[in-house]
Design a protein around this ligand. Sequence first.
Ligand code: FEO
Ligand code: CA
Ligand code: CA
Ligand code: CA
Length: 602
Amino acid sequence: VAPQGGGKLAFKAIAPVPRTVDAVTVPEGYDWAPIIRWGDPLFNNTAAFDITKQSAKRQAGQFGYNNDYLNIIVDKYSGRSGLLVANHEYTNEDLMFDSVWFEANKTEAAKIAMEAHGFSIVEVKRVKSGTPWEYVRGAERNRRITATTPFTVDGPAAGSELLKTVADPTGRTVLGTLNNCAGGTTPWGTVLSGEENFNQYFRGQGSASDARYGIADAATERRWEDVDPRFSARNPGYENEINRFGWIVEIDPQNPNSTPVKHTALGRFKHEGANVRIADDGRVVAYSGDDERFDYVYKFISKDKYRRGDRRHNMRLLSAGDLYVAKFAGNSPVAEIDGAATVPADGSFDGTGTWIPLTLDGESMVPGMSLEEVLVYTRLAGDKVGATKMDRPEDVEPSPVTGKLYIALTNNTQRNTTGKATVDEANPRTKNRDGHVIELTERNNNATATSFNWNILLVAGDPTKDASTYFSGFPKDKVSPISCPDNLAFDSKGNLWISTDGQPGTIGYCDALHKVTLTGSQRGKVEQFLAVPAGAETCGPLIHDRDGSVFVSVQHPGEGGTFQEPTSFFPDYVMNPSKAKRGDVYGPRPSVIQVFTKAKGH
Ligand code: FEO
Ligand code: CA
Ligand code: CA
Ligand code: CA
């Protein structure tokens, strides 16, 4: 069956899928297959995945857990080889381990989990352009980066007293990266990734800054502090270990021997990810959201300019520059939009805004805070300058076609509740369960501008049940329901693709990937392309429309179930444990999948 409508990646929107369905659902004319799954061996000397024999040593050579950010960087000279880069945000011990084994082997389980975090970089190959990719075990560029891999700290806070520990008195070398969520690939071919909910790995000391970052002075759920003293600030000499996480990291995927970097110039918060645009004058601008209720959107402008082809120079661009935080102003009375996100009288949720400098020319712009303090305690700096409290900024990504910036605000059920910030035109919905997406245009479309215009592209939800939904005026009876926008991507024509995290708990459907038209008479039209299996979140969407391919990271399939009683069997669907051979995995495995037109399938 040919896909409908003609053209590459044409499709007829699928119906939303009830949340218990344990299947990948794709449009008519398309099929899917996994490229790589949790536990798949990356190296020739790595043992094949066998959960009954899993160890930290094995995991260190295998694809990690809970893949989130994804890119496939195609080698230009052939088009038939490339690099798949994925990060591994966190681990689900309930799904990874037999509970009896886990109770008896907590130290080894924690070490396995540490090696299941981080990144996988793995070569992929295909017969020809447009055919499905396969990963190549033992390829030269294959690499794992985990919670124990050394990183170099750079930028103004490198070497700061705030980053020194007994194990690293220089404050310049950190072991590992944690909770890497979304990311972006730079114009110079490196991969950026955000260290997001790093707070959950550490026991704190009950300070005010700990509180602002959600770090508790209590045993953590993972109990890594029982295995490695650096995970508790109560252990003398490790008070600052937690300051060494919460950064944007940069990795050169082409060089497996390179040391990955943590960039302090971009500030420390729960970075969802970072995405780069090159300004007209050659400086690079990196946008990043802080994924927390009532937290902020940031941008960084490099001091130096991009030089085409000079990779060594470009890999220093994020090491020095100015950091800004966003303040939004609406142009309609808030009273008009209080309550149910009714469209304001002027026809749109819109207004202007400014980027408030936190650092400029290597100096702090925040009264009472040093440069190092602004970078290490960036949330406190944002509080002081009166940045706009947003509904959980997830991906913040400029369109490669128009330069306009899209900001996924996933939800904030505490908006306008007792003691919390009230609605404003940029965050217009009380108890915002389903989220919204803002479109931001820099002044004169100049990425280094310090002011901007903005409007809301869509107010998410199920339009059949929720009058507060809004799709830039597109008819509500002609859109797919969408909730909890998280990751963003663009196709070659500039359409926006949105993956979701949380639809099962809000509108009752499996998480999804949607295409949104941004221009012309169809602007605001949301069309669902796929659904991921029960319990999973859709991550890392990657749209290679010229090849007729879509890729997604299927994260935490079967979350809510357990190893003994799985609720998902994705992606292998070995359904009957009694028929499984010893060593078979019949529960779910987080995987990167490819969706392709049937004509080009296996
Ligand atoms: Fe890890 Fe903000 O999602
Ligand atoms: Ca308005
Ligand atoms: Ca995310
Ligand atoms: Ca998420």
